[in-house]
Write a protein that binds this ligand. Structure first.
Ligand SMILES: Nc1ncnc2c1ncn2[C@@H]1O[C@H](COP(=O)(O)OP(=O)(O)OP(=O)(O)O)[C@@H](O)[C@H]1O
Ligand SMILES: [Mg+2]
Length: 283
């Protein structure tokens, strides 16, 4: 029997409420799979539980119910097989950009020679356009450059699953656009499996193979899985001319503006084993 790469079954998170006997359910009955090499984005309103799901996948938080399987094995605790990129960069301030990467690469492959570690690290810094700034410390880099180092570091260690929590949230629109295209470039190198949270509908369409849509909390759930069939390679300027682009975009925006509310809370069908509705737009 072949198992799916990542399987999330019946995931739920609740916290104790104001009144100790009651608890607040943030989300429940989250069921989805991710194939090896797939790029999946999650969209939903603030507070619906996106970061909580990502942290559970990373092994940094525990679910109240349900299970996460990677290669058929239950995820419990953090592992080098699952890399995380947060919004706030999390670089080691006393190391240069290059040293931040060599450190992680050496930890990942302890038997590699110094030369191999260096060559591998430099290759990933080149892919995010940081060739000239590799000897600068994080305090001497702009926000955009720091996030490029974080991305290069995460991809260089080639985790089986890369988790990104709004990696471009703190960047201005221009920088964001440039780094999105660098991300596509670096992702195309080894086709890492990615699970990414974003608030930006256009970013999600540009990057994803599939977009998961979450209803509003409390009791949020993953209501839809929207397949992005627009062929790759994609660029920000070309993608908008594809016949599917505005159909997909309108569908996502309508979900966020209208349906994320009406489908949420007590109105939902809570059937155990209920997978999100699959949506695909044809040309
Ligand atoms: N320790 C905690 N105790 C109680 N509630 C919590 C705790 N941590 C998080 N929450 C609640 O869980 C919900 C989901 O939080 P989460 O950070 O996952 O949301 P999010 O979808 O990532 O939101 P955003 O888009 O703003 O980042 C929020 O309503 C938050 O208030
Ligand atoms: Mg969040």
């Amino acid at each position: 029997m072949t198992s799916k790469f990542l399987e999330v079954q019946g995931l739920k998170k609740s916290y104790p409420g104001q009144n100790k006997s009651e608890s607040v359910t943030i989300f429940e009955n989250a069921n989805f799979n991710i194939e090896k090499g797939e790029f999946v984005c999650v969209i939903g309103h603030s507070g619906c539980g996106k970061s909580t799901i990502l942290n559970i996948l990373a092994g940094l938080d525990d679910a109240s119910d349900g299970i996460v399987l990677m290669n058929g094995r239950e995820v419990s605790g953090p592992s080098l097989d699952r890399g995380v990129i947060f919004q706030n960069y999390s670089l080691l301030p006393w190391r240069t950009a290059l040293q931040n990467i060599t450190f992680a690469v050496q930890a990942r492959w302890p038997n590699w020679s110094k030369e191999d570690v260096l060559a591998h690290s430099q290759k990933y810094l080149d892919l995010v356009g940081l060739k000239d700034a590799i000897h600068r410390k994080p305090s001497q880099l702009s926000g955009g450059m720091r996030q490029r180092v974080s991305i290069a570091r995460a991809f260089a260690t080639q985790p089986q699953l890369l988790l990104m929590d709004e990696p471009f949230g703190a960047l201005d629109a221009l920088t964001r656009g440039v780094i999105q295209e660098e991300l596509i470039k670096i992702w195309s190198e080894d086709k890492q499996t990615v699970f990414m949270i974003t608030h930006d509908v256009d970013e999600a369409i540009l990057l994803s193979d599939r977009i998961l849509l979450m209803t509003n909390g409390p009791k949020a759930r993953i209501a839809e899985s929207v397949k992005i069939s627009i062929p790759r390679p994609r660029t920000r300027t070309d993608i908008i001319h594809h016949p599917n682009y505005y159909k997909t975009r309108n569908h996502l925006v309508d979900f966020l503006v209208n349906r994320s509310k009406t489908l949420s809370g007590e109105n939902q069908e809570t059937v155990i084993g209920n997978y999100p509705k699959e949506v695909i737009f044809h040309d």
